[in-house]
Design a protein. Structure first.
Length: 107
């Protein structure tokens, strides 16, 4: 799969607030699918599974099955790659400009 198609999958996955919330829940520790379903009381299990499928397809989560449990782990690598490719490159000149401005104002 091309880099562009992978990025598109990541952006699509991150476009939904519920999927971003799932990623936030996985930030500190993995969770079972049951744990995630319990968190989203207004969503049925099928809907949560669909969101997990989008995240897994974008490689934002890694799924391991252990016995009857499905454990979901955050994979932050695709987010880091997008940051390095798009955000960092454009943010650095602004930060440097602000640092220079601060230095000029203080001196």
């Amino acid at each position: 799969m091309s880099r562009e198609k992978k990025d598109d999958l990541v952006y699509k996955a991150l476009a939904d607030g519920r999927r971003r919330e799932i990623l936030d829940l996985l930030k500190n520790e993995p969770k079972t699918t049951g744990d995630l379903c319990a968190h989203f009381k207004k969503l049925d299990r099928c809907t949560v599974m669909q969101h997990l499928g989008v995240l897994e397809k974008a490689d934002l989560i890694i799924v391991q099955r252990k016995g009857k449990f499905r454990w979901n782990y955050l994979n932050a690598v695709p987010i880091r790659e997008i940051y390095q490719r798009w955000i960092n490159r454009y943010a650095s000149p602004s930060v440097e400009l602000l640092a220079k401005l601060k230095h000029d104002v203080e001196n």
